[in-house]
Structures are given as C-alpha cells and as structure tokens.
Design a protein around this ligand. Structure first.
Ligand SMILES: Cc1ncc(COP(=O)(O)O)c(C=O)c1O
Length: 490
C-alpha cells in the first residue's frame, strides 16, 4: 500500500480519538502542552519525531542508565538548567517526583509538605510509605491551590521534630512563587534536603534580559536558591512532548551527602518503564537547545503580546499579577462580571478558545512562548463577551473562599497515607459521609490539589464545599457519581 492509499484508508475508518484530537488542532490553545500541537517545533523536527522512535541500541544508549550520547545530552541540559546532574524522565513529573522521594527518603520518614501538594505527591507518599507532615497554615492562601507562605514553612521547620526533609511546590498553578533561599538555609542547617515540585517552572532557566521585563522581575530558579532535587515538566512551559520531565540534582546536595546520586540511579529504572521514549527524550534535548538560544527573544515577544492583550481587557476582568509571579502566566479574574463558570466555558468554547483551568473566580491561561497574536485576540474577544453577560448567575466568590479556607483546616498534623490509602474501604453517598474518614484523595481537577487526604475526617464544611463545586460543574477526583470512598468502620 502506498502512502496515499494509507491516508485514504485512514480517513475512511473510525478512529474516534484520532478524529477528536485532529479537530482540537484548529483551536486557540492557552493550555499545556506548550508545544501547541507540535507547531512550536521546527517543521524538520516535527517530521523527525516519529522517526526517532527506537529502542536502546549501541548507538543510542539507555535513558535509564545514561552513558554515551544520552549522557552528553544530560550534561548539556544540566549546564543549561544550572544543575550538577540532570535526568530525562519520559513519564512525567509525576514520576520525577516519585523518583526524587524514593531517592531522598526511606519508608516511615517524616516529610514536611503543604496540604496543597499535587495528587502525584500524595500518591507517592502512599506508595513509598512516607509520613506526610502538613505545614501549619493560618494565612488564607491567595489561590485555590493552597500554596503556603515562606513564614509558614519556616515556622513548621522550627516546630516539627525528626523531619527527614521538605517537599515544596513552586511555582504554583497560578504562577505564584515561594522564595526558597532562607528555607533552604534552615533545612540544610538541620542537614535535611529540600525537594521542589517545579512542574510549572522549567522556563525560569531562560536567561531573560532585564529591559525586556520593564517593571516585572524574572523568577529565580529553585536550584539557584539552593534546592537539592528539582522536578520540572518541560512540556508545560517549553516546546517538548507530553510528558517530558526533567529531574535536576544540585552540587550542594551531592557534596553534603544529602542526596546520593547512586541511589537516584538505582531508582530511575524502578519507576520508569524499561522502554523509555526516545522521541520524548529527544524533545527534551530540543527544548534545552531552544531555551539556551531562541527562548529569550520569544519571551520578549510573548510579554509584549500579553501587555497588548491586557490593554484590550474590559474593565470587569483584570489580570491577577503581583511582582514575583511568573510573568508568562495569565490569571484573569472575572469575579466582577455576572458570568457564571458554566456560561464562561460556553463563551470560550464558542470562540474556540481552550484555557488551562477555570475556577470560581479566575481563569488560568498558559500561553506557549510562541502563542500567536490571533489567539490573544480571540481570547480578548471572548473576555469582552464574558463582561457583557447580564446578571443572572449566583455569586461564586463564596465557593472560592471556601475552597481556599479548606487548606487552613488541619485536624491532624501528619498522616501515614499508606495505611489509609490501602485500608479496607467502602463507597457511600457523599452526603452521608459526615464524620467518616476519607480513604481517597479528594481533589478538584485541574489543578489536582487534594482538599482532603486519605485518613482525614469529612466535615460538614467539606460536604457543602463539594456540593457547591459540583453545582459549578467542577470535576472532582475522588467523587464518582456522588459517591466517596471512606475507611470501613471497625
Ligand atoms: C504542581 C504539579 N506537580 C506535578 C504535576 C505532575 O506533572 P506531570 O503531568 O508532568 O506528571 C502537575 C501536573 O499538572 C502539577 O500541576
């Protein structure tokens, strides 16, 4: 069969997923991956990608046991990202974090982390038998991803005993950043490592010139601030294939003995497939090269597009940005409009615009570094329509507040997740779950940050928050058809 026949046959057949994905290519993307359906790659590289699919050969080496050309690619990546060693993880930051936790800690270790850590971290704690020690929070988080403040981390570092290490998330889903320098100093003085989930921050390693940014500052990388092990999803903010991830190890971590590279090497094949993807790894090589050479001018153009876009926004919608946030992330607060979350989704869909996340008061847009002006214009047009929606929907700000407040309630300060996650459980209607202990992680998705961890007691406030979020058409992981998994009663 020649190539034309193959194409014709393919068009005749029923490939539901392929057809749906093909349609999505025409839309305006403000979501991951940052390769914009492959358009961010050069045409030559795009064509090459499928041809690069291979297995471990003498000429290619092994991604899980790096030597030869793989090691060479990792070395140049480490230099570009400011690490002592970098590893290509072709199965997402979910796995990079799992490898990092398995490297740094042993079963039963107490790890300080925020309740608002990504689901992948909660799952890893369960699998690895780690005790999650929640950072005590009393400041209302700015966003519903529950990010902690520097002062809260420092206080918990002081208060908690027998910690084996700290795992923090920065930047958050909304582009907010946590300053790490002091935290790293305090943790290192206690001889414990600092692990960072920087899934959203791979692009911070771009060398951006100060004049490009005007009054905004370009965030510092976690490694530059002293972090020991840092996981980044390259596909979220750089031109790389999903789910290309980078795991970086610092020189300080190796020299001090806080992290053993030998143990890390042992963990790579434990969590990665034995057939790691060469196209994904190659896209990490491509993203690194782009970051070093072309990215600064792309950032300059993107920031110009964002500034022009902001100038087009109707007065009812404003950008939520403070200095120190990721200047490339676009958080648009629509709470001064009368538009409901559902109506907003309808309007965006009508304009063929896809955003990353819509919560009860904001939409989070993740432009790629080369998002065209036409997409920003479509988003601006949609925003003008959103602002014109007549009153009708109920105010959603209470739901937003309740979602952020959920992070302040911490009935226990630490959880042995594995015991609860794998314990005998039953599914019941969530309205009947008052006083029962959750056996699941309950997390609105995205951002996939648990409101409740396994073992936490379900309160009246939880049930009414879930009801409220479901009425706003939220997808909540851990709630299926109105049911929740709870620990079986003795
Ligand atoms: C904060 C955070 N950490 C970790 C992850 C997992 O990353 P990946 O999808 O690359 O596995 C995500 C995914 O959205 C995330 O938002």
């Amino acid at each position: 069969m020649n190539q034309t026949d193959k194409e014709a046959r393919l068009n005749e057949r029923d490939l539901p997923l392929v057809s749906a994905l093909k349609k999505g290519r025409q839309r305006h993307s403000f979501h991951m991956p940052a390769n914009r359906a492959g358009q961010s790659f050069s045409a030559a590289f795009r064509t090459l990608l499928t041809e690069l699919d291979t297995t471990e050969l003498a000429t290619t080496g092994d991604i899980n046991q790096p030597d030869g050309v793989v090691l060479e690619a990792l070395r140049v990546a480490a230099r570009a990202f400011g690490a002592a060693r970098t590893y290509f993880i072709t199965s997402g930051t979910t796995n990079s974090l799992r490898i990092a936790l398995a490297t740094a800690f042993r079963e039963g270790d107490r790890v300080l982390l925020a309740k608002g850590s990504h689901l992948s971290i909660a799952n890893s704690c369960a699998l690895l038998g780690l005790e999650a020690v929640f950072i005590r929070q009393d400041e209302l988080p700015r966003f519903p991803d529950g990010q902690v403040s520097e002062a809260e981390v420092l206080r918990s570092l002081e208060e908690e005993e027998d910690l084996a290490g700290v795992l923090l998330t920065t930047p958050g889903y909304y582009g907010e950043n946590l300053t790490l320098e002091k935290i790293c100093k305090v943790a290192h003085a206690k001889n414990i490592p600092v692990l960072i989930d920087a899934a959203h921050g791979a692009h911070f390693a771009i060398k951006v010139e100060a004049p490009v940014l005007a009054e905004k500052s370009w965030p510092r990388t976690a490694l530059a601030q002293g972090a020991d092990l840092v996981a980044q999803s390259a596909h979220k903010t750089l031109p790389a294939l999903t789910p290309a991830s980078l795991l970086h190890l610092s020189q300080g971590a190796i020299d001090s003995g806080r992290i053993s590279p030998t143990r890390l090497a042992k963990m790579l094949p434990v969590f990665q497939t034995s057939s790691p993807s060469f196209p994904i790894a190659a896209s990490l090589d491509y993203a690194r090269d782009f970051l070093e050479h072309d990215a600064p001018s792309y950032v300059a153009r993107l920031l110009e597009s964002i500034a022009d876009f902001e100038a087009q926004l109707p007065q009812e919608i404003h950008r939520d940005y403070v200095d120190g946030d990721d200047p490339c992330r676009l958080v648009l607060d629509y709470s001064d409009t009368a538009c409901s979350r559902q109506k907003l989704m309808e309007i965006l869909d009508f304009h063929q615009v896809d955003v990353e996340l819509i919560d009860a008061r904001r939409m989070v847009c993740i432009p790629a570094l080369d998002t065209p002006r036409s997409s920003f214009n479509a988003l601006a047009e949609a925003c003008r329509e959103i602002a014109q929606v007549e009153a009708g929907g109920q105010s959603q700000t209470a739901a937003d507040l309740a979602q952020r407040k959920a992070f302040l309630r911490q009935e226990g300060s630490s959880f042995k997740i594995r015991e609860n996650f794998f314990a005998e459980s039953e599914e019941i209607e969530f309205q009947d779950a008052l006083g029962r202990r959750s056996a699941a992680m309950i997390a609105p998705y995205p951002p996939g940050v648990p409101l409740l961890w396994p073992g936490e007691e379900i309160t009246e406030a939880d049930i009414s928050l879930w009801q409220e979020l479901l009425s706003l058409a939220y997808d909540i992981r851990g709630l299926k058809s109105g049911k929740v998994e709870v620990l079986a009663e003795e």
